[in-house]
Design a protein around this ligand. Sequence first.
Ligand SMILES: Cc1cc2nc3c(=O)[nH]c(=O)nc-3n(C[C@H](O)[C@H](O)[C@H](O)COP(=O)(O)OP(=O)(O)OC[C@H]3O[C@@H](n4cnc5c(N)ncnc54)[C@H](O)[C@@H]3O)c2cc1C
Length: 412
Amino acid sequence: MAKKITVIGAGIVGIATACYLKRDGHQVTVVDMRPPGEYCSFGNAGILSPGSCVPQSMPGILAKVPGYLADPLGPLTVRWRYLPRALPWLARFIAAGRRERVERAADALRALLRQTFDAYAPLVRDAGCADLIRRTGYVVVYETGRSYRGDALAWKLRRERGIALEELDAAGIGRLVPALAKIYEKGVYLPEQGYVANPERLTKSLAAQFQKDGGTVLQREVLDIGLRDGAVHALETGGGSLPVETLVVCAGVHSGELTAKLGEPVPIEAERGYHVTFSDPALELPMPVSVADAKFFVTPMEMGLRIAGQAEFAGIYAEPDYARADVLARHLQRMLPGVRMADSTKWMGRRPAMPDSLPVISASAKHRNVYYAFGHGHVGLCGGAPTGRIIADLVSGRRPSIDVAPFRVDRF
Ligand SMILES: Cc1cc2nc3c(=O)[nH]c(=O)nc-3n(C[C@H](O)[C@H](O)[C@H](O)COP(=O)(O)OP(=O)(O)OC[C@H]3O[C@@H](n4cnc5c(N)ncnc54)[C@H](O)[C@@H]3O)c2cc1C
């Protein structure tokens, strides 16, 4: 039966969810104070990785943190004033790095993300933007055999879950990506992965098609949520009250503020990342490249070469610190000596990060007409379309194709 559904959030998760709900014949309205795709989904590294099954917190993570923090070019920063507020989340994050929990999280992520290309295919075909999806594979490189061996568990987790991997020596890396500096001793090519050549255009194209198909996008901020008799009945927005029959919360890192209003608090943190995009890099990469130790990706986008990475804990609302983007640019210079760095733009985005690296994809445990889809952290682009398809299944009363228990909102 067709329902009236309101989706909060026009990032990739909200728009992909709206598209799948629309395909089921529901009447769907997306509410966001920004135009589609202009928050975290705007500037990510574009990686579409059905093999991204390795959670962020791994055994031994705590021992690595001091080294990361001490290195001015390191991948992690914490604003010390924010540390007391981040501590409870960080404690959960470290606890999630226990071996048996890592194995379970890897299974859940693999089940969700292995559908990435398949779930995007009908959406990009209908929206006329299939050209954005590039199935080139990507390569991960290491400067030393020692640092490669340090990641042995991560590669084992992927191998055990059937992800195709090809080990490379220095010569193999050079053959695959000739522009790279000859400083990498070990590498791994993952042929079944890919990327989106412009994440902003992807979300905007899907949103445009959603509207052509009769969906509505309203540019309003949701300020409060009206509850009555175990259900949501209205959203209070900057533009007045909106009646609600069924609600899906896809508000990225702000979802925690909304679930708190619904009496279902979740531990969600802004894991802030940066990018620099060089519009005229004077070289071409045949595929994305990740430098494992510094934890960044360089992706050949349609608008230039983008380097994206960094994890900064400073809360949702602190001003960006573009020194973190400059760190990325310095890494790029070392990695690609021939790169032209004249014209560039910098950006900061807030990954909606859960401490166990698993998103929330779930019916509310408290309200009969509420669903949640948020908290995808590092894999929100990969997870957007698979999540949308699962939410459409849940809303329409179909059994999702995977076990959704690991993604429950009340698992904390
Ligand atoms: C540097 C960096 C690199 C990344 N690289 C990758 C990658 O390669 N691959 C990958 O899969 N993922 C990557 N990610 C992660 C990915 O970008 C995110 O997981 C994803 O964009 C989250 O999408 P979302 O739709 O949940 O959130 P968002 O894109 O943040 O959308 C949430 C929307 O909700 C709206 N909203 C919030 N509160 C309200 C309110 N009260 N009222 C109305 N609207 C509201 C916001 O305006 C926003 O538009 C990266 C992230 C960063 C920062």
